[in-house]
Design a protein around this ligand. Structure first.
Ligand SMILES: [Zn+2]
Ligand SMILES: [Zn+2]
Length: 138
């Protein structure tokens, strides 16, 4: 159940897109793979369960979108509902509020949907702010 957001500068019109949350699973080698929603995309995905969620998040400081793990569970969730309702325990490193950070600058204020506080400044023109809007849900 992912939402796609558009963040558009109210001054110069520059825009970025973010997307999340996306279920993922780990394959036999521990690599992150898309799990599929609402149904698993493969037998392997189904067998593995949902290891966690990832999202394409925007770092306003770096002006880049990163594909990052938002949460990973101690044990994969067998049912999609367990993952979405938070009925599975997150790994220790994901239980902190600032667990998800920009891999380049360490910023923990990454954007998925509309921010709680003020919208971030546009890094292109430095004058406008990025106004968030949900453009679709899948
Ligand atoms: Zn701008
Ligand atoms: Zn950054």
């Amino acid at each position: 159940m992912a939402s796609c957001y558009l963040h558009k500068c109210d001054h110069c019109g520059y825009s970025v897109q973010t997307l999340g949350l996306n279920e993922f699973y780990r394959d036999a080698r521990g690599r992150r793979r898309p799990h599929g929603h609402p149904a698993p995309i493969s037998r392997e995905a189904e067998r593995s369960g949902i290891a966690g969620f990832s999202a394409n998040l925007y770092c306003p400081r770096c002006d880049r979108v990163y594909d990052l793990v938002v949460v990973e569970f101690e044990r994969p969730a067998a049912r999609s509902l367990d993952a979405w309702m938070g009925w599975v325990k997150p790994k220790e490193e994901y239980s902190r509020e600032d667990a998800v950070r920009c891999p380049d600058c360490g910023n923990a204020e990454l954007l998925l949907g509309p921010p709680e506080g003020k919208p971030p400044m546009c890094s292109r023109c430095g004058r406008g702010r990025l106004i968030s809007e949900e453009i679709w849900i899948s």
